[in-house]
Design a protein around this ligand. Structure first.
Ligand SMILES: NC(=O)c1ccc[n+]([C@@H]2O[C@H](COP(=O)([O-])OP(=O)(O)OC[C@H]3O[C@@H](n4cnc5c(N)ncnc54)[C@H](O)[C@@H]3O)[C@@H](O)[C@H]2O)c1
Ligand SMILES: O=C(O)[C@H](O)COP(=O)(O)O
Length: 529
């Protein structure tokens, strides 16, 4: 069955075209995102959900999304998506971080000019037939100081355009390096300095616990008298009530807002002030940007749904379409080693170390570790996948460490899992041969060579004559056919292990008969499907 995607916001038709070209069924319901009940009723039928900012992807919606594998945001901000809830349910959340940066930067500049020359009010007055030539007295932008708060993709585009307009540009961004600031031609400053010096302040940070109300009443009071403020980033960055007061007092000369603490904004403390300019979250609304983000998100979601490639995920490491086929057998190996450890463990795993040796260290080890954790937890949490696994492991108190080192033995690449439980350690190693098939090559210190089969028996026993005959007899009595048999031992007459692939399931009574065979220490049925 081909994957199915729902587009629940107003996206360029380019997105649906791409999905269809890539063999994905797509339903376009551009207003569904605004109706949470209808969306919740529909979401269970889809593998992918493509959205903009109108669709709220809440924990409740995700609970109804039994098939959902990916949420694709055609744009930047994912604050309308409950990312932790998506992660916990194993759903990838991806965005298009650059697709609308230029368009959003142009909107910020447009708003700055609108403020400087009071264009919206002058337009309304002129079209009302008033010809109030003496009412509107603007300010020049040339030579003024532009304070950019948040100098990432959009902020740096705004800074470059400000410099082009012959403004002095200063920037506050704790993550902006001095070198990048120099390259951009901006002066890196502290927030208080920016507030005191800027004639125009433009905000370009995401909304986080640190940036919420970054322009609080206290910080607005620190601004230069007559400053103008542009917010084209996120509502909630500015205390709107405090700003209204500062506008009313005349301390702030004007404010231009594209985004609001509550959206859709049908009421707002800023509305109605003569020196306020507002647009309804239009920062990304150009045909160029919408085409770009729609194409990008459809490509990214299709790559994930059809090839397992992950780009621009906010909750999982990226895996390019080129890396995906190379990584796939190692992800499968890591997951199956995890499944082995999870099924063999007789007590909860407290710590998991994943050791990578040789060529595999050059691949995305975080993705493999996530797969190993999901295998480890699958015997107790059936629905888990690699996206959710690291978070779930953390919640359950399983410490996870990742170690990479040079190849130390005969294998070009080796992955070893050490799972520590109250009952001891399970150590299992595996590799992928040139046939692309993952296999177990060591259990504890004992070498074996076994491919994974859907149904297996793992035995540890004393290495004694006649044991294999008795074991095979027990399987024969239960009418269980042996497909492959892999043996290993530490020394003649010492400890032995066996990994036996069987056709079908081992009946419980046959397992207990095997457990009672002389010399058996542990007998476990394993599933690797
Ligand atoms: N109005 C719109 O339609 C529209 C369109 C696109 C993006 N946006 C919004 O614009 C904002 C910026 O987007 P972007 O693509 O440039 O993101 P980005 O991640 O490229 O840049 C954000 C910058 O903010 C900086 N930052 C983070 N915390 C900070 C803090 N406490 N103080 C100062 N700087 C801090 C980061 O270092 C980074 O450089 C986002 O909120 C995004 O959602 C709005
Ligand atoms: O974060 C973004 O990309 C912008 O806020 C654009 O939002 P929109 O796609 O709803 O216009």
């Amino acid at each position: 069955m081909p994957p199915r995607v729902l587009i629940s916001d107003s996206l360029s038709p380019a997105a649906a075209q791409i999905f269809r070209l890539r063999g994905i069924e797509v339903d376009c319901e551009p207003t569904l995102g605004k109706d949470s009940d209808k969306l919740a009723a529909a979401i269970g039928d889809y593998d992918g959900l493509a959205i903009r900012s109108a669709t709220k992807v809440t924990a409740d919606l995700l609970q109804r999304a039994s098939r959902l594998k990916v949420v694709g945001r055609a744009g930047v901000g994912v604050d309308n998506v409950d990312v932790p809830a998506a992660t916990a349910r194993g759903v990838i959340v991806m965005n298009t971080p650059f697709g609308n940066s230029v368009t959003a930067a142009e909107h910020a500049i447009a708003l700055m000019f609108a403020l400087a020359r009071e264009i919206p009010a002058a337009d309304a007055s002129t079209q009302a037939g008033k010809w109030e030539k003496n009412r509107f007295m603007g300010v020049e932008i040339t030579g003024k100081t532009l304070g950019v708060v948040g100098c990432g993709n959009i902020g740096s585009n705004v800074a470059e355009r400000g410099i082009g307009l012959k403004m002095r540009v200063i920037a506050f961004d704790p993550y902006l390096t001095e070198e990048r600031a120099r390259t951009l031609g901006v002066e890196k400053v502290e927030l208080d300095d920016l507030l005191a010096r800027a004639d125009f302040i433009t905000l370009h940070t995401p909304l986080t616990a640190h940036t919420k109300n970054i322009l609080s009443a206290e910080n607005i009071a620190k601004t230069k008298k007559g400053a103008r403020i542009v917010n084209c980033a996120r509502g909630g960055l500015v205390d709107e009530e405090a700003l209204r007061k500062a506008l009313d007092d005349g301390h702030i000369a004007g404010a231009a807002f594209d985004v609001f603490a509550k959206e859709p904004a049908t009421e707002n403390p800023l509305f109605g002030h003569p020196h306020v300019v507002c647009t309804p979250h239009l920062g990304a609304s150009t045909s160029e940007a919408q085409e770009k983000v729609a194409l990008q998100i459809a490509e990214q979601m299709s790559d994930y749904l059809t090839r397992g490639a992950i780009a621009n995920a906010v909750n999982f490491p990226s895996i390019t379409a080129e890396e995906a086929p190379r990584l796939k057998p190692f992800i499968e190996l890591a997951e199956k080693l995890g499944l082995f450890a999870g099924q063999v463990a007789r007590a909860g795993v407290e710590k998991l170390s994943v050791v990578y040796e040789g060529a595999v260290t050059l691949e995305k080890t975080r993705a493999m570790t996530a797969a190993a954790i999901s295998g480890l937890l699958r015997p107790i949490l059936e629905d888990i996948n690699a996206v959710a696994a690291p978070v779930v492991a953390k919640e359950r108190g399983v410490a996870v460490e990742e170690i990479t080192r040079e190849a130390q033995g005969d294998y070009e690449s080796l992955i070893t899992l050490n799972a520590l439980t109250a009952q001891g350690e399970i150590r299992v190693s595996g590799t992928v041969f040139h046939d692309g098939k993952p296999r177990i090559i060591r259990i504890g210190d004992i070498g074996v060579d076994a491919e994974f089969s859907p149904s297996m028996i793992y035995l540890t026993n004393e290495d004694r004559p006649g044991f294999i005959g008795r074991f095979a007899g027990a399987l024969g009595d239960a009418e269980v056919n042996i497909a492959t048999f892999a043996l290993g031992r530490d020394r003649p007459g010492g400890q032995a292990v066996a990994l036996v692939a069987i056709d079908g399931d081992l009946p419980a009574r046959a397992l207990s008969k095997i457990e009672r065979l002389p010399g058996v220490k542990q007998a476990v049925t394993l599933k690797f499907s």
